[in-house]
Design a protein around this ligand. Structure first.
Ligand code: GDP
Length: 364
């Protein structure tokens, strides 16, 4: 599955934000020759200060950040689930993403028409959500039709899945997102094949005017309150500011950020929140050739983490040398960490923690 789908009503600032994201990514794209970026897919590096600190200690030839993909998903309007506008294309695009970022308009601007006639972020979120719900309902109705035939033929899988589908359908019919329904792990696994849109992790990007970037505004507060009920993150950004920032050199950027009263571009917060939303975390390798952030799932074991580098590392995994990031920095690198007794040897069962520095021992 590819990254995070950016959705939202027309004219809320999706393209502006997405273009800023791809520009930020393009600056780094030379580092990623394997990556073909399609027009609606942008890859960005995940901002991480820890890499700077590690570089200072190691002084490596190269530094590699972790990356996240964003996908610009156009065409979500009222009626998309009924196939209006780009409806169907929209649905297939969004199905292939692992998580959803809803861009919500929290800025007033008479010159930018609002498709619903006024600025009202909660109404907008509900328009989007109801399209997602309708799309899931359609998927579920088709699934039930198919499974009920199998059920007649006494198919064992159908016996298991039918009640889960029925329960999900009832929930959707109450206009609720599937992510607010309790599923057991087994039920959750059974539903996986359907790639339900309302089960995907969700976050919100509140698009504000430049002046509201630091303080937020009443619209943002409403979005935050709504997001709390879903346990979702809200990143405050100004799409226009982000677009402008991408046109500037480093010096001007720093000055502009200072004027705005922020320490970093909103895009950084958005990207980090997205990374977390995908259930991802980072571990580091640190050698003179390269200091690098590797992306793994939260809960991955040491061999799995090694497999990110090379499948042979996973297959032949023996042990890993591990130092927590803070200890590594405090003790000024591998040698100091060993001397201080904070370097550990971990085996196959070890669950990697965010920020671990790792070195693998393996059989070839
Ligand atoms: P999309 O339809 O959601 O992709 O929206 P666009 O990114 O095309 O933006 C629609 C219009 O809103 C454009 O004219 C943008 O310049 C404008 N816009 C986007 N973000 C902002 C913002 O933060 N503030 C203001 N005032 N206008 C914005």
């Amino acid at each position: 599955m590819i990254g995070i789908g950016i959705v939202g009503l027309p004219n809320v600032g999706k393209s502006t934000l997405f273009n800023a994201i791809t520009k930020a990514g393009a600056a780094e794209a030379a580092n990623y020759p394997f990556c073909t970026i399609e027009p609606n897919i942008g890859m960005v590096t995940v901002p991480d200060n820890r890499l700077d600190a590690l570089s200072e200690i190691i002084n490596p030839q190269r530094v590699q950040h972790a990356t996240v993909e964003f996908v610009d998903i156009a065409g979500l309007v009222k009626g998309a689930a009924n196939g209006e506008g780009l409806g169907n294309k929209f649905l297939s695009n969004i199905r292939s993403t692992a998580a959803i970022c809803q861009v919500v308009r929290c800025f007033e601007d008479e010159n930018v028409v609002h498709v619903e006639g006024s600025v009202d972020p909660i109404r907008d979120i509900e328009v989007i959500n109801s399209e997602l719900i309708l799309a899931d309902l359609e998927t579920i109705e088709r699934a039930i039709e198919k499974q009920s035939k199998l059920l007649k033929a006494k198919n064992k899988d159908a016996v298991k899945i039918m009640p889960v589908l029925e329960k999900s359908k009832a929930h959707l019919e109450e206009s609720k997102l599937l992510q607010t329904l309790d599923f057991s792990e087994e039920e959750f696994q059974l539903l996986k094949v359907y790639q339900f849109l309302t089960l995907k992790p969700m976050m919100f990007a509140a698009n504000v005017a430049e002046d509201d970037l630091v303080s937020g505004n009443e619209y943002v507060e409403k979005v935050k309150e709504y997001a709390k009920s879903l346990d979702a993150e809200v990143a405050i950004v100004s799409a226009r500011v982000e677009a402008e920032l991408q046109e500037m050199d480093e010096e001007d950027k720093a000055m502009f950020l200072e004027e705005l009263g922020v320490t970093e571009p909103g895009l950084n917060r958005l990207i980090r929140a997205g990374f977390k939303l995908l259930g991802l975390q980072t571990y580091f390798t640190a050698g003179v050739k390269e200091v690098r952030a590797w992306t793994i799932k939260i809960g991955d074991t040491a061999p799995k983490a090694a497999g990110e580098i090379h499948t042979d590392f996973e297959k032949g995994f023996i042990r890993a040398k591990v130092v927590a990031y803070e200890e590594f920095v405090k003790n000024n690198g591998w040698k100091g960490s060993q001397e201080a007794g904070v370097l550990r040897l971990e085996g196959k069962e070890y669950i990697v923690k965010d920020g671990d520095l790792m070195e693998f021992l393996f059989n070839v």
